[in-house]
Design a protein around this ligand. Structure first.
Ligand code: 5GP
Ligand code: ZN
Length: 135
């Protein structure tokens, strides 16, 4: 646990919070400044800064928790869908540097998340980028 990290303290019960799910590896609690009612953060108990540092075993375990939380939101809140969002690095909007996954309940037409601007790239440009990124 990182003594300077608020999410370490929340995920490990040092500070109390609105916990909706917990297992050996993760705690899921309500976002303190939610985009929508029920906005939940899934947080590993171990300090990991971001997805770049996430060990594969923890990474493999996170999506089953996402599914559980999302299904619960749908069942209890009656939402029509969910956004699953995960920011890595300040450029991507990360503000708390302990890995977490946002699960945000969505209702048809609620306008909670805005679409991004879509680039129009040529086929050649797309191919060039693909060639760079390809493993
Ligand atoms: P990020 O921008 O890093 O992807 O998301 C951080 C999220 O953590 C934000 O949505 C913010 O509202 C939430 N948050 C920040 N501090 C606290 C806190 O002390 N408790 C809880 N429950 N959520 C927090
Ligand atoms: Zn931490």
């Amino acid at each position: 646990m990182d003594e300077n990290c608020i999410f370490c303290k929340l995920a490990n019960g040092v500070f109390s919070t609105n916990v909706v799910y917990e297992d050996d590896d993760f705690t899921a609690f309500l976002d303190a400044s939610p985009a929508a009612e029920g906005h939940t953060l899934i947080v590993p108990k171990k300090h990991v800064a971001n997805a770049f540092e996430l060990p594969d075993d923890l990474g493999a375990k996170v999506y089953p928790v996402v599914k559980k939380v999302a299904a619960r939101q749908k069942e209890v809140l009656g939402c029509d869908g969910v956004n699953v969002l995960q920011n890595n690095g300040p450029a991507a909007g990360q503000t708390v540097f302990h890995f977490h996954v946002h699960v945000i309940p969505r209702f048809d037409g609620d306008g909670v998340m805005k679409d991004w601007d879509h680039l129009e790239l040529s086929d050649d440009k797309q191919k060039e980028i693909c060639d760079k990124l390809k493993f």
